[in-house]
Design a protein around this ligand. Sequence first.
Ligand code: NI
Ligand code: MN
Length: 230
Amino acid sequence: MKEAKMILRFLGHSAFSLLSGSGHRVLIDPYLDGNPQAPVRADQLTADFIILSHAHGDHLGDTIGIAKRCGALVICVAELAGYLAAKGLKTHAMQIGGAHDFPFGRVKFTSAWHGSQTPDGHYAGLAAGILIWMDGVCVYHAGDTGLFYGMKLIGEMNRIDLFIVPIGDNYTMGSDDALKAVELVNPRVVIPMHYNTWPVIAADPEAFAAQVRSMGKECLVLQPGEEIRA
Ligand code: NI
Ligand code: MN
């Protein structure tokens, strides 16, 4: 990789922050105040952009409060963008398969096998995965999803540096399917997410990491609050 300047921080569950070398602050699925494992409170975070995979409460999370306080632009599928715009947020509506260049880098939404509805019961379009290119690093945050063979195409068409994949089972892939996803996507580094937040998604990330490493791939099990320079 070239000049790797981007800093990625795990905020628990499926929430991450990305800080670009140019100083842009991006949040993904900022579910903090409802998450007992969150390392910070929502009001301790600042963001210029918030990217959402879908509208479930553990992903939409504290988006509205953070975006209103910081004036952040929320990037998500059109139906969810419409819901958030009606609440007064600045939004950028996209749809699965489309990409767009933002000041911090490029975003493309991928498919994800999952549902999507806001916590107060509004239809929110399709759930998505997220591809982000920042500072020469390609991140694939799979969102909430079951295993699907299209991941192979995503991996073939994009050199994925960081593959952030759910392993908690029940609502998403479990570890066995996530291992197959790693094989399909063929990333440089794997980061597990969406596990151990509640008993129903209990998983052993170290056992998963050991299996990923036995495939010859790097796997980083991040603790909530831990950051890496990608
Ligand atoms: Ni969900
Ligand atoms: Mn979820």
